[in-house]
Design a protein around this ligand. Structure first.
Ligand SMILES: C[S@@+](CC[C@H](N)C(=O)[O-])C[C@H]1O[C@@H](n2cnc3c(N)ncnc32)[C@H](O)[C@@H]1O
Length: 299
């Protein structure tokens, strides 16, 4: 029996946006289906709707398939990056436009707790972090990239103040031994940052994990590319919702939606990003950094 681990964030806010569409038989694209939490709720709440469910990670898509089994006749599964979903894919299913699009960035709780791919600093696992075949194994990055390249990754994608020191330690470490596991990485970071500068509640390596995951999977490039394409698949009054989990993602969403609104083909529905209520944060601390932005197609 599967137990699904990921709690969908800002769920009632997502459902409220899609309810405002007031369309019977709506077609949704869940570009990041994960364990299918949002899609399950959408299919349940809108009994005449259909969902195209995408994930770049085949293991997640299989989990979603099991979760959404009760709705099999209304879900179409696609193993694809959301940045590559095209009009042709819609046509291949017999559709031409979407009423709603949901993008819930990053990785799922399952990835962190059970995938065995080294996403968590709390587990002793090989450093992999790949979400799909096009991604680069993190151990490869750590063992082959130059000190300067590593520093840049930690600075740009982790906004880590100790980037230079950590990059230097990595290069020293790998002269002795290949960097293979999360424990190797944790040790390097612990040795690089003086204890008095460690953050109070998390391991000092958490920003480095974020940076390496983003680099391995080119996460920000895919978000950027998605905004050049997906909004144009919306029907008139169709809505795109994007949920970010850190400032780098949110910055891209903010800028992209601003650009789209300038074309007069879209309006922004969220002047400020929607954030989780205190109760949601209490029930699901992983939701605390979530920021939702929404745009609507006006023609
Ligand atoms: C935060 S989880 C989604 C959780 C889901 N909304 C739920 O309620 O269960 C993000 C998912 O998106 C997938 N993902 C990340 N980047 C992607 C991309 N560029 N294209 C397609 N899927 C992606 C990840 O593999 C992961 O399964």
């Amino acid at each position: 029996m599967d137990s699904f681990q990921h709690i969908p964030v800002l769920l009632s806010e997502v459902l409220n946006f899609f309810e405002s569409l007031k369309v019977e038989n709506s077609l949704f694209l869940d570009g990041t289906v994960g364990e299918g939490g949002h899609s399950f709720a959408i299919l349940e709440k809108f009994p005449n709707s259909k969902v195209i469910a995408l994930d770049r990670d085949l293991e997640m898509l299989e989990r979603a398939r099991r979760r959404l089994f009760p709705f099999s006749n209304r879900v179409f599964f696609f193993h694809k990056n959301f940045s590559e979903f095209q009009k042709e894919d819609l046509f291949s299913l017999g559709f031409s436009q979407l009423n709603g699009i949901l993008l819930d960035f990053g990785i799922s709780t399952y990835h962190i707790r059970s995938s065995g791919r080294g996403f968590s600093f709390q587990k002793n696992e090989n450093l992999d972090m790949r979400l799909s075949e096009t991604s680069i194994p993190v151990s490869y990055i750590l063992n082959t990239y130059s000190e300067k390249e590593l520093e840049k990754i930690f600075l740009e994608y982790g906004e880590e103040n100790w980037s230079r020191k950590i990059a230097k330690k990595i290069v020293e470490f790998r002269k002795q031994k290949k960097i293979q596991t999360t424990m190797d990485l944790n040790k390097i970071v612990e040795d690089s940052i003086p204890k008095k500068f460690w953050p109070p509640k998390v391991h000092p390596s958490f920003r480095i994990y974020q940076a390496l995951r983003i680099k391995s999977n080119s996460e920000l490039e895919h978000i950027q590319r998605a905004f050049l394409n997906l909004p144009f698949l919306l029907s008139k009054n169709g809505i795109l919702l994007a949920i970010s989990f850190h400032s780098l993602e949110d910055r891209i969403v903010k800028q992209s939606t601003k650009q789209l609104a300038k074309t007069n083909r879209f309006v922004t529905l969220t002047k400020k990003p929607v954030q989780p209520q205190n109760l949601e944060i209490l029930q699901n601390p992983a939701s605390r950094s979530a920021r939702l932005r929404a745009i609507m197609a006006v023609e």
